[in-house]
Write a protein that binds this ligand. Structure first.
Ligand SMILES: [Zn+2]
Length: 210
């Protein structure tokens, strides 16, 4: 079982690369957000616990998230390996991951400059109907400004302003730096220059994770 961990600020192309890895290899992507939604929807024991926390305005505790990730990894869906995108975020979560099976681990950090992030996020457009995200630079819809998936007119998110993007980058860096440093110290962090175009970065990621 192989564990691939992707790090990168919003706008680093991390989500796109995770999708490409999933498509090319038999590794499955694990999204903690999706796991949470699925448990709540199923009204499982974990789902009910999660609802208790969120109804009080509290974050879902680490132990619950780790338990969900572990159950997913042990399920039939996942055989050769898995990709974590946006997780772990804290050193506590890193510690928790030690109970989740993985014989091999690769952490990839997509390093991007702030001006590139701002430019990429400002060119983002999304579909209000189905939620699909496009980009007028590198994820261009087939028809100008129309969602490929459902035909709705695409719109810009109004919270994507330069100031807000810069604040999100600062928060991301402060939050993730200790985790990235941990993997660097462990010796299995691979850093890539993700200022380059998505396909160039992908060629390198494909070699790193195979
Ligand atoms: Zn759509």
């Amino acid at each position: 079982m192989k564990r691939i961990i992707l790090f990168g600020a919003p706008g680093s192309g991390k989500g796109t690369q995770a999708d490409k890895i999933e498509k090319e290899f038999s590794y499955r992507k694990i999204s903690t957000g999706d796991l949470i939604r699925a448990e709540v929807y199923k009204k499982s024991v974990i789902g009910k616990k999660i609802e208790e926390f969120s109804s009080k305005g509290l974050l879902v505790p680490n132990e619950i998230i780790i338990e969900m990730v572990k159950n997913k990894v042990l399920s039939d869906d996942i055989k050769e390996g898995y990709i974590l995108d946006g997780f772990p975020r804290t050193l506590d979560q890193v510690k928790g991951l030690s109970v989740v099976p993985a014989e091999e681990e690769v952490a990839v950090f997509l390093r991007v400059d702030e001006d590139v992030i701002v430019k990429r996020i400002l060119s983002r457009v999304s579909c209000e109907n189905c939620g699909k995200i496009f980009n007028t630079i590198f994820r261009i819809p087939a028809k100008v400004n129309i969602c490929d998936q459902c035909g709705t007119t695409l719109t810009k998110r109004n919270d994507d302003t330069e100031d807000i993007i810069k604040k999100r980058i600062i928060i991301y860096r402060a939050e993730t730096l200790p985790v990235i440093n941990y993997y660097r110290g462990k010796g299995n962090l691979r850093e890539l220059d993700a200022n380059r175009d998505i396909n160039t970065v992908w060629e390198e990621i494909r070699e790193l994770v195979k």
